[in-house]
Design a protein around this ligand. Structure first.
Ligand code: GDP
Ligand code: IMO
Ligand code: MG
Length: 417
């Protein structure tokens, strides 16, 4: 499979980091196509734990090349921190990282604006400046990586942007001073990685190189298809790869969705199957459901087949990876949401209206748990009967085949089907 998109199908944190790292062995390039350092992708291998925010998870696989596409928003300071962190841990970055000259950069004022807007909007953002940076991009006042590397253009654009934003930001002189003191130095550290990555990717595809595209966030956080306005500001759906990297849709061979065996969400916003009880607390503790970027506790709930079926459709995936099945080991009963009730009507489709999704009541089926540890199992047939039944039920409800099951944090803890 020369090109593969690995996309999150819920509200993020599905275990994309583990899956991408596991699959990266078979690929030449691993590419991020959207989002920024709001992402937190955890990879556990050889007894070590890494959390990647901006650099693709494939960087941890020796020799693999990694690309940050034009659809990503790059915080130069946090990028340099991540490079330094990885190098200190013995991960070589030289000649392995390529950053799009058309990616947009996040500056300190984007983070300040994110904080200001949060006071009004209360989305529960990561406060990394993601929304304001994408807003600048779309409103045509953003600063592209190539503008940043040209000191004259950069200075002029910063002046113009700060002037425009001064009404909201108040005193801009301290912000300006900080930018002009710090950012030219940071630019000199990242210049060597910057190139036209769309040309690079298209060239490599024509040479039949194997390319894996790694989504950040998940479909239900997609700005077009997620639970708007409680979403991120980019397109994590597989379609985002085309605009986020500059490749045509005919160049994508396969899409693999990543789904947790239950549901989590960080931040505010509707969550029909949320459990605000002991079972929710149990899943949170057992699944170590605390944000990899902000440390916030993740809200937990039952598997929502309505939402995942919708995500399967939007991403066009025929196969999914089911992660964290082991977290459900001890439960006596496990529920799956198969529909929503709202205003006397039954919905089998995920609604677009913010009013409706906020108010729907889940309709559940209940399955008997397997109440046995599945740690160490590597063959589907060796799973307890009720665990197999749970997996098969999910397949049937979401309309995609489960091709991998993850039953632990390390890549060895994986069951291929
Ligand atoms: P991502 O953002 O999609 O990459 O996911 P995160 O890294 O934010 O969150 C997933 C968390 O679950 C990480 O701490 C992983 O190490 C962990 N994890 C991944 N797969 C499994 C699994 O199958 N079982 C368990 N128990 N933990 C897992
Ligand atoms: P990964 O890639 C889970 C959520 C935030 C907030 C909303 C908007 O690790 O799956 P933003 O800072 O993007 O403007 O915040 O999106 N969010 C994530 N939730 N996983 C993520 O990334 C997320 N990135 C953003 O919590 O609700
Ligand atoms: Mg995460």
């Amino acid at each position: 499979m020369p090109t593969l998109v690995v996309a999150g199908l819920q509200w993020g944190d599905e275990g994309k980091g583990k899956v991408v790292h596991l699959l990266s062995k078979k690929f030449d390039y691993i590419v991020r196509y959207q989002g920024g350092n709001n992402a937190g992708h955890t990879v556990v291998f050889e007894g070590r734990e890494f959390v990647l925010h901006l650099i693709p998870s494939g960087i941890l696989e020796k020799g693999k090349k990694c690309i940050i596409g034009n659809g990503v928003v790059v915080d130069p300071e946090s990028l340099v921190d991540e490079i330094n962190f990885l190098e200190k841990k013995g991960i070589e970055i030289k000649n392995r990282l390529f950053i799009s000259d058309s990616s947009h950069i996040i500056l300190p004022y984007h983070k300040i604006l994110d904080g200001i807007r949060e006071k009004i909007q209360n989305i529960g953002t990561t406060k990394k400046g993601i929304g304001p940076c994408y807003a600048d991009k779309v409103s045509r006042s953003g600063i592209k990586m190539c503008d940043y590397l040209d000191s004259k253009t950069f200075a002029a654009l910063v002046e113009k942007n700060l002037k425009e934003k001064s009404k909201v930001l108040g005193n801009i002189s301290a912000i300006k001073k900080e930018i002009f003191r710090k950012y030219p130095g940071i630019a000199s550290k990242i210049r060597k990685y910057v190139t036209d990555v769309s040309i690079l990717i298209n060239d490599q595809i024509s040479k039949n190189k194997r390319i894996l595209f790694e989504s950040a966030q998940g479909t239900l956080l997609d700005v077009d298809f997620g639970t708007y306005p409680y979403v991120t500001s980019s397109n994590p759906v597989a379609g985002g790869v085309c605009t986020g990297c500059g490749i045509g849709p005919t160049k994508i061979d396969k899409v693999l969705g990543v789904v947790k065996a239950y549901t989590t969400r960080v931040g505010e916003g509707p969550f029909p199957t949320e459990l605000k009880d002991d079972t929710g607390d149990f899943i949170q503790q057992k699944g170590k459901e605390f944000g990899a970027t902000t440390g916030r506790p993740r809200r937990c709930g039952w598997f929502d087949a309505v939402a995942v079926r919708y995500a399967v459709m939007l991403n066009g995936c025929k196969e999914i990876v089911l992660t964290k099945l082991d977290v459900l080991d001890e439960l006596e009963k496990i529920k799956i949401c198969i529909g929503y009730k709202y205003s006397g009507k039954i919905f089998e489709r995920f609604p677009s209206s913010r009013e409706v999704i906020q108010e729907v009541k889940p309709i559940y089926i209940e399955l008997t748990g397997w109440q046995k540890s599945i740690k160490g199992i590597t063959q589907f047939n060796n799973l307890p009967f009720n665990a197999k039944k749970y997996v098969k039920k999910i397949e049937q409800l979401v309309g995609a085949k489960v091709s991998l099951i993850s039953n632990g944090r390390s890549r060895e803890e994986t069951i291929r089907l």
